[in-house]
Design a protein. Structure first.
Length: 435
């Protein structure tokens, strides 16, 4: 029975504990234990697998910590605040324009300048006072950020999209369905349309009413009495930012990019030795929890894979659908949603599901295009809404810089509703219509 599958039990436990506002770290640990016990593993064995698997996100965790430190260092120079003043003067009282500008910046962060969530702790905290002045509902901002972080890699063959779409093409090829990486976007555009609809609903309908927040101190602070124009310190900080981008593009390493930026700031005198400890402590404060959650999420994913229950879950779907394309697509997407909600990464979900989805899709008579759409959507479902995903952890890190934004109810639930539902519907249409 599907409901007794260890993966299903574990994910339900995790979601339930998160919805009652249990700390995400405890929720992940208890969900991992529940999955291990349901699969017949002992508690010590489950914890051993979890701890051993934490290294899977070690690079990401280090990157988040260093990027948090970099964000604090930038805030100390006042560059982010000056940029926010420019944004404020540009958008005026137009909240909708501000939301689409934030979504656009987030899109650039995964394509033209592939820094992913690194820009959030730099740009968003100084904007909180503007959000408060305009009575912006921060759930609206979370949805705008999640759209920009997620939609481009699904639909555009640029930046992270090249990686995600390359994984889809490679894994499908390994499992008997050949498709060129360059052809993947021609089958995933319909998913992007679903996400655009979700963004429009979030911006214009769901969260467009005023919501009031207090003006509280922001972690890392901002510089008072800032000049309206850029100073020498700001230009040197821009050099450090460019160095970070260049190092990351050259090496493919986000931690190295952040480290190079910090070294440039120290070498040019922008970041003083006496301020180093404060910057690192501030970075730990705004990004340390997220870094640790990513470590535990990797261990949690290792536990789910070790149970061998993902394969059984997908095989159960094969037995349920018979020859129905509609129910085959529906259950494949539902399983993808469950797996990604648990593992927290769409990139890591694709190899898990492709091995069984490709033969199943061929058995049900799905075209290559429909199969691409199903696998892309099944992998991406749950990335928005998962408590352990950087698509939700990143926005929360920025929006909760003054302690007034709840990770589950203000980020995970809104992004789940506004993106997973449209993606699910769009993928169902795509699976039945694409050839």
């Amino acid at each position: 029975m599907i409901l007794l599958n260890p993966v299903v039990i574990s994910v339900i436990v995790m979601i339930g504990l998160c919805l009652v506002n249990l700390n995400i770290v405890l929720a992940l640990l208890l969900a991992a234990l529940a999955g291990g016990l349901a699969a017949g593993m002992s508690i010590p064995a489950t914890m051993g697998i979890l701890i051993g698997g934490m290294g899977g996100n070690s690079e990401t965790a280090l990157a988040y910590f260093l990027l948090g430190t970099f964000a604090i260092a930038i805030n100390k120079t006042g560059l982010a605040s000056v940029a926010c003043k420019k944004i404020a003067s540009m958008v005026g009282e137009h909240k909708i324009m501000l939301m689409f500008l934030i979504a656009f910046i987030a899109c650039i962060s995964g394509t033209v300048i592939p820094v992913h969530i690194a820009f959030i702790p730099i740009l968003i905290p100084p904007l909180l006072f503007l959000f408060n002045k305009l009575n912006v509902d921060r759930r609206q901002v979370a949805c705008a950020l999640a759209f920009g972080l997620k939609c481009p890699y699904i639909t555009l063959p640029i930046g992270y999209g090249l990686i995600f779409q390359g994984i889809i093409a490679a894994e499908m090829g390994r499992n008997g369905v050949e498709v060129a990486r360059g052809a993947v976007p021609s089958f995933t555009w319909i998913i992007g349309i679903g996400m655009i609809i979700g963004l429009l609903i979030a911006v214009f309908i769901s969260y467009n009413r005023p919501r009031h927040y207090e003006d509280k101190p922001i972690i890392g602070g901002t510089v008072e009495n800032l000049p309206e124009t850029l100073t020498r310190t700001h230009y040197l900080t821009l050099v450090a930012i460019i160095a970070a981008f260049a190092a990351q593009l050259w090496s493919g390493s986000m931690p190295l990019g952040a480290l190079v930026a910090l070294i440039v700031m120290i070498a040019t005198g922008v970041l003083k030795f006496k301020d180093l400890d404060d910057s690192f402590l501030g970075g730990l404060e705004i990004m340390g929890l997220i870094a640790f959650v990513m470590l535990i999420a990797a261990g949690y994913g290792a536990v789910l894979r070790e149970t061998k229950a993902v394969e059984h879950l997908v095989n159960s779907v094969v037995g349920l659908v018979g020859g129905s394309k509609f129910w085959g697509a529906f259950l494949m997407l539902a399983v993808g949603l469950l797996v990604t909600m648990g593992i927290g990464t769409s990139f890591g979900t694709v190899p898990v599901i492709a091995a069984i989805y490709c033969p199943l899709a061929m058995h049900l008579g799905f075209s290559v295009g429909a199969t691409v759409c199903l696998i892309a959507a099944a992998g991406a479902l749950g990335d928005a809404g998962s408590p352990a995903s950087d698509t939700t952890l990143g926005p929360t890190a920025g929006l909760n810089a003054d302690g007034q934004h709840n990770h589950i109810w203000d980020t995970c639930v809104p992004t789940f509703l506004h993106y997973n539902i449209p993606i699910f519907i769009a993928a169902m249409i795509g699976a039945l219509m694409l050839y």
